[in-house]
Write a protein that binds this ligand. Structure first.
Ligand code: FES
Length: 104
């Protein structure tokens, strides 16, 4: 038997590693903003948010990677999270000014 996958549009993996400052309050802010934006299961733009340990690029944390685009964000703060939720998660347009890498 295989697991059932919930119908998320995106997966946001947020680093809570030591060198990124173990930013649990900022992770919780991200989760709250996603909920407030209605990006939950049932919405076509639903986002699954998970925390991670070190993602291997600690220099300008906090770091977050978003799939399926494979977009990496750095230097995150509340204002950056707000912009990512509005522009990337809701509109499907990654925030170029906050990106430092993209797969492909
Ligand atoms: S601790 Fe966040 S990328 Fe290393």
């Amino acid at each position: 038997m295989k697991p059932t996958m919930m119908p998320y549009k995106r997966h946001a993996i947020f680093c809570c590693g030591k060198s990124c400052g173990e930013q649990m309050p900022l992770l919780n802010y991200l989760k709250d903003r996603v909920m407030q934006a209605g990006l939950i299961v049932g919405d076509p733009n639903a986002v699954r948010v998970n925390r991670a340990g070190c993602l291997g690029v600690c220099a300008q944390g906090p770091i977050m990677v978003v799939y399926p685009e494979g977009v990496w964000y750095c230097n995150l703060d509340e204002a950056a999270i707000d912009q990512i939720v509005e522009q990337h998660f809701k509109m499907g347009e990654p925030v170029e000014s906050l990106m430092f890498y993209r797969y492909g």
